[in-house]
Design a protein around this ligand. Structure first.
Ligand SMILES: [Zn+2]
Ligand SMILES: [Zn+2]
Length: 274
């Protein structure tokens, strides 16, 4: 399977070992039409950006770099952290409004919004080896957090690596993604999810995106894990939004299509003409 773009990469401003130029140059070499830079949100210890304003800096960098690489479209997004059972993300709306795309996922060592949520998500998960009951409770909490993130963030384009680090009920999460037009990610950096989860998710009608989650230039555009799995399963390429003939983010991205990004204009009644 050939691909239009890779929509999940990290620079050294989060936990990548590469700068933006190396990512763009690698993606260009791979013949991709689009590449997205999606550093981790600020609330994940060690791996996150220092400050959400980093994304504005990335935008400025991308604008300069775009002139040097006219053949590939550079997009700036974020991989936000899901912080609680309500699906709260760790990037303010006004910054999200500036992004080209939004990814969210659950990551270890994320600062929760409250002690209660910290208990439900991070502590339950760290206790899960203690027994089946604790493990079930952790899966319920993780699933609730993912579903809430999908339902409560209309800007969300992609749920990253569902079930990685924190087990979830794949069918329930995929169902929520399908209903809210959120893409279910097949993550080639982590070889996740396994084929059984893709089969499970596929039944819900959800659409997939295959990303590299590259932290090194060598893995930018490296999408063969997902490509070979969906081919083996005989999935219709139309179900994979970033297949080569898919047309790119202009076709499936939410910005400007489903979600109006200008929050100041969004909820007010238009002024009446005098
Ligand atoms: Zn991630
Ligand atoms: Zn990532």
């Amino acid at each position: 399977m050939r691909f239009y773009g890779d929509y999940h990469t990290h620079t050294h401003l989060s936990d990548g070992r590469q700068n933006m130029r190396e990512i763009v140059s690698a993606a260009h070499r791979q013949g991709l039409m689009e590449v997205a830079i999606t550093d981790h949100g600020p609330m994940a210890a060690v791996i996150g950006v220092k400050d959400a304003r980093t994304y504005l800096y990335n935008k400025g960098q991308a604008a300069q770099l775009q002139e040097l690489y006219p053949d590939i479209r550079i997009l700036i997004g974020a991989e936000a952290n899901i912080r609680d059972l309500e699906g709260t993300l760790d990037i303010p709306d006004e910054i999200i409004a500036e992004l080209d795309l939004l990814i969210a996922g659950i990551h270890p060592y994320t600062r929760p919004t409250s002690l209660h949520d910290g208990m439900a998500l991070w502590v339950q998960n760290s206790l899960r080896h203690l027994g089946q009951k604790q493990s079930r409770k952790a899966v319920v909490a993780n699933t609730d957090a993912c579903i809430a993130a999908v339902e409560n963030n209309p800007q969300l384009d992609i749920l990253s690596h569902p079930g990685l680090f924190f087990r979830v009920d794949i069918r329930a999460v995929a169902e929520a993604c399908s209903q809210n037009e959120v893409l279910f990610e097949i993550n080639c950096g982590h070889n996740h999810p396994p084929i059984s989860d893709i089969i499970e998710a596929e039944h819900t009608g959800v659409r997939f995106i295959i990303n590299s989650d590259a932290h090194f230039p060598e893995t930018v555009g490296e999408l063969s894990y997902g490509g070979s799995l969906v081919e083996a399963l005989g999935l219709d390429p139309e179900r994979i939004v970033n297949h080569a003939a898919g047309g790119g983010i202009a076709v499936w991205g939410k910005k400007g299509r489903i979600y109006t990004y200008s929050s100041s204009l969004d909820c007010r009644e238009p002024a009446r003409p005098r």
